[in-house]
Design a protein around this ligand. Structure first.
Ligand code: ADP
Length: 554
């Protein structure tokens, strides 16, 4: 304990050196530090810099006497509460009264009785120690509280930043979706070739902008810790088979060699987030192709270690490209970091890809690293633990049948959009709960062209009311709506007798997995993300529609 080691200071003020010595000798037994002053002035000077547990003050001193000194001591904020004990030879009560009125705590008659002096001073030494301890504890608590408040403020600021980013990118995405959807519709109206070309350029640029907004939103979600990885069964080889044709094509366009190898001892069926694993690989491979002009790009998957429950897989993306200096290797995983402006201009990109990759790999309990030699090439490698999938098959056997997933994204279920104008032959009655005018229009037209009829609900509550009064084959449900949102509306529809088995498809702004999970929990059957691909939308509606009740003929 701090007070037990440090000596406490006691100030003795007396003009008589013999009396000073006598008092010092008596107090020696307390084993504290006794400081003496020969006058009131000297005492006041000492009090400017030192803190004392108690002051023993002689009343009769030439010049400034004890009372005057006490009055001045009390004026000083540093020692206004320091206990003062007067030493006086006079047993006169008037002295005592004056002393108390000046803030003395006690007085002792001289010549002193050693035991009395010692025990009185000892009380104040203990009191001082306790006060110091309390002060120290209070200071520690204040420091802890300040630290806590600072941490909370920083977390709040970070959350506010992420929410702001999420809101901004959401707000920007709504009109972007409309631009893409309307351009799509315009392209289906057989425009003249020049106009088709312009519309194509609008569409692809809008898609780039949308991708940037999605990346920003991903990063904001990852950084705010709101991101939840999916856990579903997937085939490792399927993921890579789906991913590589596009990369191979990009590589061949640049005259690069592309190769891909999965170690024979790697299992195939795993439990995890296939979409996010593919996103990481896609990003690393696209970068490898982007930053390589001559040579090759490769992907290798090996088993780092394996137990009965899981494998630690190592994914290595290697290129013979421009390489990255040691200093740059340390900063490229930070958001908006690109090695240099000139290469940025040449290659394009946002500098967000690796930041997202880094966060995603960390979220999968993995780690990512880079090794690179400028001028020779780079290798980005990451190791992630993957639990075996439900239908675990022996290594080397790539199973063909995966369990069907309740919800899907465009990437998970490639849809045949080659026959957009085909009518399914059955006219469906579709309820669309969507508050954005343009999206209402896009859905109406996309489904109208296939011969389906559409009823619009401006919000969730209207949708619930319409389900009670009208028969619908499918409900398309936007998630964010005024009055009642898509989650609440779905729950309310599921509570209705007529809404128990009606297929409900969520229209979401962005294919984030936490949205997918929430859709599932809310009782929705499927999921389509914006920008709405008009062909895919129609196909999905036709696939999930409520099956007609078989007519029993007598
Ligand atoms: P973007 O590619 O959109 O600029 P990334 O975050 O994916 O953003 O990459 C950040 C930077 O890291 C790139 O701009 C580039 O300078 C560097 N980089 C990434 N991958 C490679 C690679 N394979 N070879 C050389 N440089 C790379």
């Amino acid at each position: 304990m701090m007070g037990e080691q440090q000596k406490v200071k006691i100030l003795v003020v007396d003009d008589n050196p013999d009396k000073l010595l006598a008092v010092e000798a008596v107090l020696e037994g307390l084993d504290q530090q006794v400081v003496s002053a020969r006058s009131g002035g000297e005492a006041l000077r000492l009090l400017l810099t030192e803190r004392f547990a108690v002051i023993l003050l002689d009343v009769n001193m030439p010049g400034m006497d004890g009372f005057e000194t006490a009055a001045l001591i009390r004026q000083h904020p540093r020692c206004e509460h320091t206990p003062i004990i007067f030493l006086t030879a006079s047993p006169d009560d008037a002295f005592a009264v004056r002393g108390y009125s000046l803030g003395a705590v006690d007085y002792i008659l001289t010549p002193v009785v050693p035991e009395i002096l010692r025990s009185k001073v000892a009380v104040f030494v203990d009191l001082y120690r306790m006060t110091q301890q309390v002060e120290q504890q209070a200071a520690q608590r204040v420091a802890l509280a300040q630290e806590h408040a600072a941490r909370l403020a920083a977390e709040r600021a970070n959350r506010a930043k992420s929410e702001f980013l999420a809101n901004v990118s959401h707000e920007l995405r709504t009109p972007m979706n409309a631009i893409i959807g309307m351009t799509d519709l315009a392209l289906t109206e057989s425009p003249p070739p020049a106009m088709a070309e312009y519309l194509g350029a609008v569409k692809s640029n809008a898609a780039v902008l949308l991708e940037l907004l999605n990346e920003l939103l991903d990063l904001a979600k990852l950084e705010s810790g709101k991101f939840v990885l999916e856990k579903s069964s997937f085939s490792l080889r399927d993921i890579i088979d789906e991913l590589t044709p596009n990369i191979r094509y990009q590589a061949e366009q640049k005259g690069l060699l592309f190769s891909c190898a999965i170690a024979a001892d790697a299992s195939d069926q795993f439990l995890g987030d296939p979409l996010r694993l593919r996103q990481v690989l896609d990003n690393l491979l696209s970068n490898a192709v982007k930053f390589t002009d001559i040579g090759s790009v490769s992907l290798r998957v090996t088993v780092e270690s394996a137990t009965m429950q899981e494998s630690w897989l190592r994914f290595a993306v290697r290129d013979s490209g421009i390489g990255i200096s040691q200093a740059d290797q340390e900063r490229i995983f930070a958001p908006f970091t690109q090695v240099d402006a000139s290469s940025t201009r040449r290659h394009g990109g946002t500098g967000l890809g690796l930041a997202i990759v880094n966060e995603l790999v960390a979220a999968m309990r993995g780690r990512i690293s880079v090794a690179s030699t400028p001028g020779s090439g780079s290798e980005f490698g990451f190791v992630v633990p993957l639990a075996y999938g439900l239908s675990q098959t022996p290594k080397n056997q790539s199973p063909q049948n995966q369990p069907p997933q309740t919800l899907s994204t465009p990437a998970e279920k490639p849809l045949d959009s080659s026959k957009p104008q085909d009518s399914p032959g059955v006219s469906l009655h579709v309820l669309v709960a969507e508050d954005t005018r343009t999206n209402q229009e896009i859905v109406k037209r996309a489904l109208g062209r296939r011969g389906h009829s559409v009823v619009i609900a401006e919000n969730g509550r209207q949708a619930v009311e319409l389900v009670t009064s009208t028969h619908f084959d499918v409900v398309l449900m936007d998630l964010q709506m005024p009055v009642m949102d898509g989650f609440q509306a779905t729950a309310a529809i599921r509570d209705l007798p007529e809404g128990k088995d009606i297929p409900i498809i969520a229209l979401t702004a962005h294919a984030l997995s936490d949205d997918r999970d929430r859709c599932r929990t809310a009782g929705m059957d499927d999921f389509i993300s914006k920008p709405l691909d008009i062909h895919e939308l129609a196909n999905l509606v036709e696939r999930v529609r409520r099956q007609p009740v078989p007519q029993i003929c007598s």
